[in-house]
Design a protein around this ligand. Structure first.
Ligand code: NBP
Length: 481
């Protein structure tokens, strides 16, 4: 009989996702541009009873109608090439899902293109790596609501689950139209960058205070039992505890300190710039990775620049560790606040009706940023109409309580020469957005001085200009907006 779902792309992600469908009882068809990969999957997983095809024509023929196809190929040209081979073989009403890490503007373009052929296109962000793909990822699908009625329940079936009061809650929900799912996935990745940067800063501080990698591993394991409970904190403890077999040193001490990246963090920052949304902690995380991977810059600066060596002198180690824990929690909240704000602004810009509470809800399991905090975040967004996460009742209370610790950590790190671009930027954001008045008044004055860019007054309507080059009187300016 014909297959209920077809997966194109039999590399790590596609093969595991196909197995996930099969494990949930779906008759699953598979196809890969190069047959050898499909053959290898067939040989390794006879239990999945895959319906495999050597040609894309056979593959399309093997699917029940309307056809449901998930593309899991290399994002970019690979996705376009796959779509182009499928279009002439499909019929109106068929549904194509792209589960790759597509840039959301590409998804918008592809959705429009397929719509012109009466085909449905769903851009689904999928997080969780290969284990998630097999055991249950977090899935962020964007497309027409109509298309979701055809693929939604299948995607929810294979997604990660969080136990809830009324049974298991799937980590998959309809996000919005066209590129919204991939946009939300992009921001998820941006938050992931920030999370990891903060964890790195916390470790630097602990190490600076004299903790060994093994001791720091214990601290992270302990943190993982409280408010910081999350996948990334859990695996931080495991990575720090790992001893290198060759040297007997902690593995973390023999890994080259240059971080790689694949682009989704950069996209998030680019988009935050395009939309004018301050997402500085995500940007700092991307920049910190870039700095780590700039050997010439680091070499030149290392030999040129003086400063403290990163040793943090602490009298009360336990109190310091607790301060760092609080600072880490605060910074993490700021990154979520910035990322979710970016989603909110993008939704207005691109015409998406996005439920921010639902985004946080489907990040609670399956994905890399899964964390206990997301329960609180989704509940707060569901209960309140929030402009920013930071105004949520329980969040602002915890930030207030942790404030002294956060400030102490930023001050101590700065004095000791421990680089903390994430912690300090997050704290500055907190102070910037809560400020009664910002230094932008002076900026406007300067802009008016050198460029006659005009300013508005706090006490009266209108636009004004001071005649800086003349008698310095104020004149009402013609609004140039
Ligand atoms: P890769 O990103 O390594 O892509 C390999 C697959 O793309 C193979 O099936 C390959 O076919 C196919 N492909 C390429 Br390359 N060019 C093609 C073309 N022009 N036409 C048709 N097929 C083409 O696979 P992956 O690591 O499994 O990731 C799949 C998607 O999932 C990507 O978009 C990725 O960003 C995303 N993703 C990955 C992860 C992860 O943890 N790896 C997590 C979340 C999302 P071939 O065998 O014939 O070369």
């Amino acid at each position: 009989s014909s297959a209920q779902i077809g997966v194109v792309g039999m590399a790590v992600m596609g093969s595991n996702l196909a197995r996930n469908f099969a494990n949930h009882g779906y008759r699953t068809a598979i196809f890969n541009r190069t047959w050898a990969k499909t053959e290898a999957v067939l040989t390794a997983h006879p239990e999945a009873h895959f319906i495999a095809s050597q040609t894309v024509e056979e593959f399309v023929d093997s699917l029940e109608k309307p056809r449901r196809i998930i593309i899991m190929v290399k994002a970019g040209a690979g996705t376009d090439a796959t779509i182009d081979t499928l279009i002439p073989l499909l019929e109106p009403g068929d549904i194509v899902v792209d589960g790759g890490n597509a840039f959301f503007q590409d998804t918008r373009r592809r959705e429009e293109k397929l719509r012109a052929h009466d085909l449905h296109f769903v851009g689904a962000g999928i997080s969780g790596g290969e284990t998630g793909a097999l055991e249950g990822p977090s899935i962020m699908p964007g497309g027409s609501e109509h298309s979701y009625t055809y693929v939604g329940s299948m995607l929810e079936d294979i997604s990660a689950k969080v136990p809830g009061p009324n049974g298991d809650e799937p980590c998959c929900t309809y996000i919005g139209t066209d590129g919204s799912g991939h946009f939300v996935k992009m921001v998820h990745n941006g938050i992931e960058y920030a999370d990891m940067q903060f964890i790195g800063e916390a470790y630097d501080l602990l190490a600076g205070a004299g903790l060994s990698a093994a001791e720091a591993a214990d601290v992270f394991a302990e943190w993982n039992t409280g408010d910081l409970d999350s996948f990334l904190i859990e695996i931080t403890s495991e990575v720090l505890r790992q001893t290198d077999a060759r040297t007997g040193k902690p593995l973390v001490d023999v890994i080259v300190d240059a971080a790689g990246m694949k682009g989704t963090g950069t996209w998030t920052v680019q988009e935050s710039l395009t939309l004018g949304v301050p997402a500085a902690s995500i940007a700092e995380a991307v920049f910190a990775r870039a700095a780590s991977s700039s050997p010439e810059l680091r070499k030149a600066a290392r030999s040129a620049l003086e400063g403290p060596d990163g040793t943090v002198t602490v009298e009360d180690r336990a109190a310091f560790v607790e301060d760092v824990r609080q600072a880490l929690w605060c910074a993490k909240v700021i990154a979520y606040a910035q990322g979710l704000h970016l989603i909110k602004v993008a939704a207005v810009e691109y015409g998406w009706d996005i439920d921010v509470a639902a985004c946080a809800r489907i990040w609670r399991a399956g994905c890399i940023i899964r964390a206990k905090l997301l329960d609180r975040i989704s509940n707060e967004y569901a209960a309140n109409d929030l402009e920013t996460l930071l105004e949520a009742p329980s969040i602002k209370a915890m930030l207030a309580e942790a404030n002294p610790s956060w400030r102490r950590v930023v001050a101590r790190a700065t004095e000791a020469g421990v680089p903390i671009p994430g912690f300090s930027s997050a704290l500055s954001y907190y102070d910037l957005v809560r400020a009664e008045r910002t230094n932008a008044a002076l900026t406007q004055g300067l802009r008016d001085f050198f460029g006659s860019h005009t300013y508005r007054r706090i006490d009266t309507e209108g636009t004004f200009h001071t005649v800086w080059s003349g008698d310095r009187s104020e004149v009402e300016a013609v609004d140039t907006h």
